[in-house]
Design a protein around this ligand. Structure first.
Ligand SMILES: NC(=O)c1ccc[n+]([C@@H]2O[C@H](COP(=O)([O-])OP(=O)(O)OC[C@H]3O[C@@H](n4cnc5c(N)ncnc54)[C@H](OP(=O)(O)O)[C@@H]3O)[C@@H](O)[C@H]2O)c1
Length: 355
């Protein structure tokens, strides 16, 4: 394998009208325990266009989810796994959008050696790169926050995945099933077959005026656990209305709507912000505006490491990637971000080849 070059192409924030440009920038300097990965495929998440629109500062590398090949394992790396070697195929996600030396939409990226997973031989990189933010978010909510069992398990009971056709939703359906739940989900009618093929036992159209009544009927009076994968005020209210009376937990992945939450004091509402899984302190907030300082949380990093180590097992258990649409190369990512921002994506992930 030839030595990596000194510079690389990356999608960076430019704070101009379209938000990003492809620029030639230096390769990221590695920190202790970090490896260098030559990226070959990436997928887009809503957080990417949201960072571009309002959070990233000039020069930050955009993008989180990647698949690629290890090219450099410095002597500082103590993590001993068979895929921590030059030439191994790896995938995962990084905290993109906030740093000038850390992001996935680039020819090379750096990542801690113990926070990347080996891609199974029979899995194409185009699929492996989707096991990033949406996959980890489902586990963060159902396993870390709701303290569900590691799959396979027999937890029992109905679980509501609101927004089952979203990236997070398709992984949450599969995880809830592997945790032993019966899964009811809400999505558009055009995606009914899709969510059933990922394991949903029952599905309703969230635009149906009787959707909540139907969910209560199918679940025998309502659920005690749910993940709201859309997490807007209407979806918070919908999801909470599907709970049976008494103790329950709903997880949200955007700040919860206080009015909806106040209406159901019996339901514990917990919010997930996936970036805390890196175990690093950082500031979160709008470009040029007030930032919220977020501390490093040791338990989150420990959970992250434990989850990464188990991913090949979960893939072997049957976790499958969402449907993908391959859409071109690094120069085409800006259009994909705009299409996602404009709500054009439904029931799949956009994947790009990085050469
Ligand atoms: N806090 C965190 O750490 C975290 C982590 C991951 C994601 N998120 C956030 O979670 C949200 C979902 O992310 P994602 O990647 O899963 O999204 P996504 O795949 O891009 O979402 C697209 C899907 O959303 C569905 N949808 C849109 N509006 C809906 C509504 N009102 N009700 C039900 N479904 C609706 C569409 O379903 P239909 O076509 O079937 O209507 C479509 O399939 C985003 O806002 C993202 O920023 C937060």
């Amino acid at each position: 394998m030839s030595a990596p070059p000194k510079t690389m192409k990356a999608v960076v924030e430019n704070e101009a009208e379209n938000g990003v440009e492809v620029k030639e920038i230096p390769l990221p300097p590695l920190e202790d325990n970090e490896i260098l990965v030559k990226v070959d495929h990436v997928t887009l998440n809503p957080t990417d266009w949201k960072h571009v629109a309002a959070l990233s500062t000039k020069g930050s590398i955009i993008g989180c989810d990647y698949a690629g090949t290890v090219v450099e394992v410095p002597g500082s790396v103590s993590h001993q796994r068979s895929h921590i070697r030059a030439g191994a195929r790896v995938a995962g996600w990084v905290h993109g959008g906030l740093f000038k030396d850390r992001g996935a939409f680039a020819q090379y990226l750096k990542v801690p050696a113990d926070l990347t997973f080996p891609i199974p031989d029979d899995m194409p990189s185009e699929q492996a790169c989707t096991f990033g933010i949406p996959f980890y978010t489902a586990f963060h909510a159902l396993k870390y926050s709701q303290k569900g069992p590691w799959p396979p398990a027999k937890a029992g009971g109905w679980f509501l995945v609101y927004g089952g056709s979203s990236g997070v939703g398709l992984f949450a359906i599969q995880l809830a099933k592997l945790m032993g739940h019966l899964v009811v989900t809400a999505c558009s009618a055009r995606n009914f077959d899709l969510v059933k093929s990922y394991g949903a036992d029952a599905v309703v159209d969230y635009k149906d005026a009787d959707a909540i009544i139907k969910i209560k009927q199918v679940t025998g009076g309502g659920v005690h656990k749910a993940l709201d994968c859309i997490s807007l005020p209407d979806s918070n209210a919908f999801t909470l209305a599907c709970f049976a009376e008494g103790k329950g937990q709903m997880n949200v992945i955007l700040p919860p709507d206080s009015k909806a939450v106040a209406a159901r004091p019996d339901v514990d509402v917990q919010s997930t912000l996936l970036y805390t899984l890196w175990g690093r302190a950082f500031e979160f907030g709008p470009r040029g505006g007030a930032k919220i300082p977020l501390p490093a949380i040791k338990e989150e990093l420990e959970f992250h490491r434990e989850l990464v180590a188990k991913i090949p097992e979960f893939i072997a258990l049957g976790f499958k990637a969402p449907p993908i649409e391959t859409r071109g190369g690094i120069d085409d990512i800006a259009q994909g971000l705009a299409d996602m921002r404009d709500g054009k994506l439904s029931g799949k992930r956009y994947v790009y080849t990085i050469e």
